[in-house]
Design a protein around this ligand. Structure first.
Ligand code: ADP
Length: 317
């Protein structure tokens, strides 16, 4: 497949998972098993896109021995990467899964030197010429101001590249409010993130949120709704997507998988309305697996055939 995807993860991590059946605090706990992998939302997107056979490359900032380990882990999965290096060690995120709980310890990461934001902008501007789509996922590292994603959007817009954005909090808010001249092609908030964007946590009326004037410049908004599927707002209309009922194993990473599915669907169909079906299928398939950012391709086409889309409103009606 010729379509090329660049996934941006500015704040990646090494995810460490310890399954400890009877985990108790205040005790020495021993474990025979530990799973370590390159982590971060953008790397989940990349993994699923790679499984779907998109030609994908990961970029972002890594540092120290853990940064080297992260790149080696991607090499082991035959995934291309073009990170820049920082003197700041890549962070660790630890999850302890027991029969009755999940405990997570997430390092926020140390502050990068002041020249790193500028260095990455230059790296990004050079890199994107080779790619058809860009995804920008996750949080900003410490020391990057909340307008930073707007800078990336400006560079991508200048190069006429489509950007799918999946972030939250102030980084998302700034990117939305200051991107009239360089809108992302798609944003994929969940209900909580969209309500925050519109300062309207009380609203249950999805259409009212999706027609908010300050979101009008964004061509496609995919409001993902977990087991309820999603709503897509394009420039023309709103669509509701229903998904099959499944036995949920682990829905962590389903949002990232749906971003990967969207890029794959766009490469296949060039239609955001169709691509959202591919997005839903990837999200559902991820929720059926233990591993985060993984889908079983033998399920994918079958799940895709069970995604249904209905137009629920024409814009401005
Ligand atoms: P996020 O992970 O960003 O919060 P969602 O939880 O909305 O995103 O998940 C994205 C997509 O993954 C959903 O639109 C749906 O297609 C699929 N998905 C998520 N959770 C489930 C679930 N419990 N059952 C089936 N599909 C799910």
């Amino acid at each position: 497949m010729s379509h090329k995807l660049l996934t941006v993860t500015l704040n990646p991590a090494i995810d460490i998972n310890y399954p400890i059946r009877d985990f108790q605090i205040d005790k020495v706990q021993r474990t025979k098993q530990s799973f370590k992998s390159a982590g971060g939302k953008g790397l989940n997107v990349a993994r699923v896109a790679h499984l779907l056979d998109l030609n994908v490359c990961c970029t972002g900032i890594v540092g120290g021995h853990f940064g080297e380990w992260l790149k080696a882990d991607l090499d082991r999965s035959n995934m291309a990467h073009q990170f820049i290096s920082s003197p700041v060690e890549t962070r660790l995120c630890i999850a302890i899964n027991s029969d009755h709980s999940q405990t997570e310890i997430l390092e926020s990461g140390a502050t990068h030197p002041t020249e790193m934001p500028q260095q990455f902008l230059a790296h990004f501007a050079k890199l994107i010429t080779d790619y058809d789509f860009i995804t920008i996922s996750g949080s900003l590292p410490k020391g990057f101001d909340t307008m930073y994603y707007v800078r990336l959007l400006e560079i991508a817009h200048e190069a006429q590249k489509k950007v799918c954005m999946d972030t939250s909090g102030d980084a998302l808010k700034s990117a939305i409010l200051h991107s009239q001249h360089c809108p992302p092609y798609l944003i994929k908030p969940n209900s909580e993130e969209l309500a925050m964007l519109t300062n309207d946590s009380a609203s249950r009326d999805v259409r009212a949120i999706l027609t908010a004037p300050h979101l009008a410049h964004i061509p496609n908004i995919m409001l993902s709704q977990g087991a309820e599927g999603a709503v897509l707002r394009t420039k023309e209309a709103c669509y509701q997507y229903t998904i099959p009922k499944i036995k949920v194993v682990n829905p962590v990473g389903s949002g990232d998988s749906s971003v990967a599915g969207f890029c794959y669907g766009l490469a296949q169909t060039q239609s955001p309305v169709e691509a959202t079906k591919y997005a839903m299928a990837a999200g559902v398939c991820n929720a059926m697996e233990h591993r985060t950012g993984y889908i079983d391709l033998t399920n994918y086409q079958h799940v895709l055939s069970q995604i249904h889309c209905t137009k629920v409103a024409q814009q401005h009606d």
